[in-house]
Design a protein around this ligand. Structure first.
Ligand code: 5RP
Length: 303
C-alpha cells in the first residue's frame, strides 16, 4: 500500500528556485548535456582550462623519440594530465581503463612521414569512439595544403557523426613544415574549423597578435606544442598562449622529450591552472626535477 501523501513531510522547498546552470566552455552553452559532460572531462571546470598530453605521433611517424615504450614512459605521467590525445591502438593496448579523465581520440590518418601529409582520410568509425567512451574525436585539417578540401570534408563528416552521438570534435590546424604560422593564417584556419562546426581547435602559438586568433575563434583554442624547445622557452610559450586567451595546451614532445617529463608536466600545470609566470614555473621544474632524480636514486621504503 503506498504511503499516505503527507505534504508537510515532503521536501518540495517551493521557496528555493531551481538554478539554471550556464556552461563554462567558450561557445558551448547551446550544446547538449552529453557534449558538455564530455567537454568537462577535458577542460577543468574550476579553471576552464586543460593540460592535455599529446602522444598520437606514432600514427604517421612510428615510434617517436620518447614514445618507444608508452607503458614505461607515458603511463606514469597520466596522473598529472587532464586529457590524453592518442590513437585507438595505443589506447586499447596500453592505457589503463581506470584513467579517469578525457580521451581525445585521433580519428584521421593515411600518409606516413614518407608521403604528402595532407592526404588524410577518416580512419576511425564513430561507433568505435563510442565503444571506447572517448571525450572527443580529433583530426588534422590542412588549410592551404594540397588536400585542403578533403581534410575539411573529413572534418565536417566527423562533426556530423559527433553531433549525432554527443561527441565533440577538436580540429588540429597549421600542421606543415612550409607554412608561415602567423596570426593572419592562424585566424583563417581556426575560424574555418569553428565555422564548420568543431567544438574546439588545436593550433600553434604565434609571437605577434595571438590574442586576435583566440578572440576571433568562437570556440576554445588549445595551444599545440611543436618541436622540442629548451624547457624555459616551452614554459614561456605556454604562458604567453594562456595570457593570449588559449584555453589550455596540448603538448607532446616538449613534455615527453624533456629531461624530466613529470616535472615539466607539473610546471606546465602551474602555468595553465594557477597563472604562474615562466620564471616561477621554471623554479618548480628545477626543484621537482632534482627531487624526482633523488627519489630514483634512493627509492623510498628501501633501507
Ligand atoms: C600535430 C599533432 C601531433 O600528432 C601531436 O599532437 C603533436 O604534438 P607535439 O607537436 O606537441 O609534439 O596533432 O600533428
Amino acid at each position: 500500500m503506498p504511503e499516505a501523501d503527507n505534504k508537510q513531510a515532503k521536501q518540495f522547498h517551493p521557496e528555493i528556485p531551481q538554478p539554471t546552470h550556464g556552461f563554462f566552455a567558450k561557445g558551448a552553452g547551446a550544446l547538449d548535456w552529453g557534449m558538455q559532460h564530455r567537454l568537462s572531462r577535458i577542460f577543468r571546470p574550476e579553471t576552464g582550462k586543460v593540460v592535455m598530453l599529446a602522444i598520437d605521433h606514432g600514427y604517421f611517424q612510428g615510434p617517436t623519440t620518447g614514445l618507444e615504450r608508452v607503458d614505461l614512459n607515458i603511463v606514469p605521467l597520466l596522473e598529472q594530465t587532464d586529457a590524453l590525445m592518442l590513437t585507438r591502438g595505443i589506447l586499447r593496448s596500453t592505457i589503463p581503463p581506470t584513467y579517469p579523465r578525457g580521451i581525445v581520440m585521433r580519428c584521421s590518418g593515411g600518409p606516413s612521414i614518407l608521403k604528402e601529409l595532407s592526404n588524410e582520410e577518416l580512419a576511425v568509425d564513430v561507433e568505435d569512439a563510442i565503444r571506447m567512451n572517448v571525450a572527443a574525436m580529433t583530426l588534422q585539417v590542412f588549410v592551404g595544403g594540397e588536400h585542403e578540401t578533403r581534410t575539411i570534408h573529413n572534418m565536417t563528416r566527423l562533426v556530423d557523426a559527433g553531433l549525432r552521438y554527443g561527441i565533440p570534435v577538436m580540429a588540429v590546424t597549421a600542421v606543415g613544415r612550409e607554412l608561415v604560422r602567423d596570426a593572419k593564417y592562424l585566424r583563417l584556419a581556426c575560424r574555418i574549423c569553428a565555422e564548420l562546426g568543431t567544438q574546439m581547435v588545436k593550433t600553434y602559438y604565434c609571437d605577434e597578435d595571438f590574442e586576435t586568433v583566440t578572440a576571433s575563434c568562437p570556440v576554445p583554442i588549445v595551444m599545440a606544442g611543436g618541436k622540442k624547445l629548451p624547457e624555459l622557452d616551452a614554459l614561456t610559450m605556454a604562458y604567453n598562449a594562456i595570457q593570449g586567451g588559449a584555453a589550455g595546451v596540448d603538448m607532446g614532445r616538449n613534455i615527453f622529450q624533456s629531461d624530466a617529463p613529470m616535472a615539466m608536466l607539473q610546471a606546465i600545470r602551474k602555468i595553465v591552472h594557477e597563472g604562474y609566470t615562466p620564471k616561477e614555473a621554471m623554479e618548480v621544474y628545477a626543484e621537482l626535477k632534482n627531487e624526482q632524480a633523488r627519489e630514483k636514486r634512493e627509492p623510498v621504503g628501501i633501507g
